[in-house]
Design a protein around this ligand. Structure first.
Ligand SMILES: NC(=O)c1ccc[n+]([C@@H]2O[C@H](COP(=O)([O-])OP(=O)(O)OC[C@H]3O[C@@H](n4cnc5c(N)ncnc54)[C@H](OP(=O)(O)O)[C@@H]3O)[C@@H](O)[C@H]2O)c1
Length: 290
């Protein structure tokens, strides 16, 4: 079984590689410089040489605020390129696992979003990711799309690393307290993806749309609090900065975020024996690794 992971240098890409090395799969996880997914012919060539049996698209344009002024590139990476991958998968008759986001929703809900709920993205990032989902769905029937949220890990750029960096310089931090979601450890998501790869390998037809995120709802302020409590417990910081709760409108950014983007994962996964992971446990491991 040959597994191709695109976006090998991202948080998810790196967590997938950490786990793939302990499997029997033959795998490759090229970074952007080795496989640019916006290059249609590069994808075709890569497929011809490596001949994957399944593709996991972990590549994306994830700079949410930058996307507002860089719409064309965001669309190319998040919408057009997944179409190229789906097209090559269709030609090779192999499945594609594609990752999407909670930002496809507008965040006005008060209960967790189900996969069947109406999408209504409020940002360029969210809109381009939604079009990416739709292109994959219409190009390739053998697809799995997993929407996730608030991804953190020991790799790349994420909220955990930003908080720990800021703590070094700022005794007081203002953190948004009126946006709610579920942090997701990229390693837990990688475990779920590889579990699905294994099920596909053994003939299960899991095609469709799923939600996967960590298990406890929190705000960015609550997440920051958990990060600093854990960092202090592990002796990584001497003092916890004073955390001031602010509202979304007190922290102006280019892209509008969903106020509430909790994903209902239970229904979509209950038939596939996927457990929703405790992000606080993962946070302990991630801070230890950082
Ligand atoms: N991060 C989050 O909070 C979050 C939340 C919800 C959903 N998601 C989704 O989860 C998935 C994984 O996200 P992540 O956090 O692992 O993102 P990430 O750390 O930003 O990684 C994305 C990777 O994609 C690569 N990439 C960008 N353009 C590319 C191209 N044209 N060709 C090949 N690779 C390209 C980037 O390369 P460089 O390293 O060269 O920049 C980067 O390594 C994405 O689909 C994302 O939309 C993420």
């Amino acid at each position: 079984m040959k597994v191709l992971v695109t976006g090998g240098n991202g948080q998810l890409g790196r967590c997938l590689q950490d786990r793939l090395q302990y499997t029997d799969y033959e795998w490759q996880a090229p970074d952007q410089s080795n496989l640019d997914i916006t290059d249609r012919s590069a994808i075709a060539t890569y497929f011809k040489i490596f001949q994957p049996d399944i593709v996991i698209n972990a590549a994306a344009y994830t700079a949410v605020d930058k996307a507002e002024s860089d719409q064309e590139n965001a669309y190319l990476v998040n919408a057009t390129a997944p179409g190229y991958l789906a097209e090559s998968c269709q030609t090779a008759a192999i499945p594609l696992i594609h990752i999407s986001t909670d930002y496809v929703f507008d965040g006005t809900a008060t209960v967790p979003y189900k996969v069947s709920d109406q999408t209504n993205p409020q940002s360029v990032y969210g809109s381009t990711k939604l079009v990416g989902e739709q292109i994959v769905q219409s190009t390739l029937s053998e697809h799995i799309i997993i929407r996730t949220a608030w991804v953190f890990s020991e790799y790349g750029n994420n909220f955990v690393k930003t908080m720990l960096r800021l703590a070094n310089f700022h005794p007081v931090l203002k953190i948004v307290g009126d946006q709610y979601g579920c942090p997701t450890y990229a390693g837990d998501l990688a475990d779920v993806i590889l579990k699905m790869v294994m099920q596909v390998q053994f003939g299960q037809k899991l095609w469709g749309l799923y939600h996967y995120c960590g298990d406890q709802i929190t705000s960015w302020h609550g997440f920051a609090r958990a990060i600093f409590d854990e960092a202090k417990r592990q002796g990584i910081i001497d003092n916890i900065p004073q955390l001031r709760v602010i509202n979304t409108d007190e922290y102006p950014v280019a892209a509008q975020r969903p106020q509430y983007s909790v994903l209902d994962c239970q229904l979509s996964f209950e038939n596939y024996h996927v457990e929703i992971a405790n992000w606080r446990k993962a946070l302990t491991r991630v801070i230890n690794k950082i």
